[in-house]
Design a protein around this ligand. Sequence first.
Ligand SMILES: NC(=O)c1ccc[n+]([C@@H]2O[C@H](COP(=O)([O-])OP(=O)(O)OC[C@H]3O[C@@H](n4cnc5c(N)ncnc54)[C@H](OP(=O)(O)O)[C@@H]3O)[C@@H](O)[C@H]2O)c1
Length: 300
Amino acid sequence: MTIKFSRNQFLVYSMASVSGILYGKPVKIPERKIPSSGERIPVMGMGTWRTFDVDLNPSARKRLSSVLEIFHDLGGRMIDSSPMYGRSETVIGQLTGNQKRGYFYATKVWVSGEQNGINQMKQSFQKMKVKKIDLFQIHNLLDWKTHLKTLNSWKDSGKIRYTGITHYVPSAFPEIIKIIETQDIDFIQIPYSVFTDDAENYILPAAENTGTAVIVNRPFEGGSAFRRLSKHPLPPIASEIGASSWAQLLLKFILANPSVTCIIPATGNPVHMKENMLAAFGIIPDKNQKKLIKKAVISL
Ligand SMILES: NC(=O)c1ccc[n+]([C@@H]2O[C@H](COP(=O)([O-])OP(=O)(O)OC[C@H]3O[C@@H](n4cnc5c(N)ncnc54)[C@H](OP(=O)(O)O)[C@@H]3O)[C@@H](O)[C@H]2O)c1
């Protein structure tokens, strides 16, 4: 499989992966601040739904190890999982456990009931082979009042560092807004893409006002964006902002919103991982360029 990079992108990737140095200067992935702590995290993370829910046979091990290698080489840290994603937490544990690579581990609780939640959360530590999980989120707001008590107490005792709530549909935004306006929550994880941009008017301003970090899930609409776009040539705005593929154009569109802390595209393909990570480097579209991307994509 081949992939076209612009000259600059190719240089950034090859130099960064070989030595971490470009033109004598360190190459570092851009980072954004987690408002509740001031800690900075890389703007590009990775999701694991479906892509890491696999039988870890030798061929899958080789492929996913390469995905993780590229992610790490290009400065990626946040890995998002959930017990809802079948074998994904276990596969992440098998491929990254006991490595001292500074990954930022995020997973979720996805069950009803206090004790069920505690049991599931304990299992996540074992499956992911970690002593500390950086971010524990409540998946799709399921039984959130119950789990938030556990999350806060685990944060107080140092088992986890941040709390969060997630959803995958904009119809959940009113409830999410109510929660972040009344509770102490470090992160929300929400859908936002050039096609599903409801977040811009509703939830991103609320996150900004309440000092809540924002993780964007489904940046490619679960992959359906490519079925719609890939038969078309890239619009002229792509070269203006250094995007050499639809994936990079879609990711740069999201990064143009400063309320977004981090995006977590999922891929099980090393070539796609390179492409996605490189979207974090170089130009971030301004307001006008962002409008041009939207106009170009929606017209197709
Ligand atoms: N409620 C929640 O908490 C919730 C809900 C949804 C998602 N999430 C999280 O968000 C993550 C991302 O969302 P998602 O997995 O639903 O969908 P997504 O990231 O929008 O799309 C993933 C799909 O895009 C393809 N893809 C990725 N990079 C590509 C590239 N450069 N070129 C072409 N195709 C590419 C992948 O296939 P290949 O493997 O072939 O690259 C995969 O099929 C999830 O994995 C999960 O961690 C959370």
